[in-house]
Design a protein around this ligand. Structure first.
Ligand code: PMP
Length: 305
């Protein structure tokens, strides 16, 4: 039998924590889950992962609009009602951070459906937003990656561009396998055996002075991925969106993952292949520095956006 490495028994809330639920702030410890909920039984919910940073301009939610836009789009693709005012949700999220005294935080909105054991979409949804402290930037730690035996969900079996809860069963399976095999992180292929993405992050590779990243179609359209592509334009780095094989990946000079939670994180190796470039000298490291300055609003925002 496989030994599954479980992880993360962190405390997400305590008796003082509040969350936002359908227009109200309530104590997290006093909330209830409906055990007859459609979301719980079928993974039928959509969510977001957002970061707030303690900047010299105060606490700032990075790309708030983009994240709430994607939440709405995910809900629409999944036929989950989304009758919420996104500007208000952003205001409520700032309030949530304040009420919980959070400055560097991870923010998790979830749109879910209540009692309904049928496979027909629900007529109503709820929205909850919670947040917890998220420590400082990890910097130059590199990850060891294992190619997954799992593929990402087939785009003809679901809307892969939706950030839907059920899709993350695939992410948990891939992560369990990678950790069991002694890796830090998994990398999954798409249905055509091209490189797709990590369980919760997109990938870029560097070869001969250019960056490459898989095109949209079988991956989540990461907001960090879009930011990296924009940063490349500003920094005059050529960045090509194209299908990439495992051979191309293993022949790369360097590679990195990007995502809201991971930010920009360098990859040391894939399976037994160690990337030859010294991380600090890669385009990824330049992007990492620039991304950090951007989220912390340490440079002229207008130039970057
Ligand atoms: N792919 C998957 C499967 C993810 O869960 C995430 C995290 N949301 C990403 C990519 C990166 O997306 P973003 O940059 O918007 O966080």
């Amino acid at each position: 039998m496989n030994i599954i490495h479980t992880w993360n028994h962190m405390q997400y809330y305590d008796s003082n924590t509040v969350l936002y639920l359908n227009g109200q702030f309530i104590k997290s410890a006093e909330t209830k889950t409906d055990l007859y909920g459609q979301s719980l039984h079928y993974g039928y919910a959509v969510f977001e992962g957002i970061r707030a940073y303690n900047t010299h301009n105060g606490t700032r939610i990075f790309k708030a609009k983009e994240h709430f836009d994607r939440l709405q789009r995910s809900a629409e693709l999944m036929h989950i009602p989304f009758p919420y005012d996104k500007d208000d949700l952003i205001r409520q999220t700032y309030k949530l951070l304040k009420k919980n005294n959070l400055k560097d935080a991870y923010i998790r909105p979830l749109v879910y459906c209540g009692q309904n054991m049928s496979l027909s979409p629900s007529a109503a949804s709820s929205i909850m937003i919670c947040a917890w402290e998220w420590g400082a930037y990890l910097g130059n730690k590199l990850v060891r990656v294992g190619m997954s035996s799992y593929q990402r969900p087939n785009p003809k079996s679901t809307h892969v561009e939706a950030k839907a809860s059920g899709h993350y069963v695939n992410s948990i399976l891939a992560t369990a396998e990678a950790k069991n095999n002694g890796y830090d992180e998994a990398l999954l292929l798409d249905m055509h055996n091209n490189i797709a993405e990590a369980p919760g992050a997109n990938i870029f590779i560097e070869k001969s002075g250019k960056l490459y990243t898989p095109p949209l179609g079988s991956i989540l359209a990461g907001i960090t991925r879009a930011t990296v592509i924009k940063l490349c334009k500003t920094l005059d780095i050529e960045c090509v969106e194209k299908n990439l094989t495992v051979e191309e990946l293993k022949d790369a000079d360097s590679a990195f993952f990007c995502g809201t939670a991971a930010e920009i994180i360098g990859i040391e190796s894939v399976d037994d292949t160690v990337f030859p470039a010294v991380w600090t000298e890669t385009l990824g490291a330049t992007i990492q520095r620039t991304y950090k300055a951007l989220v912390l609003e340490k440079q002229n925002y207008e130039v970057i956006i």
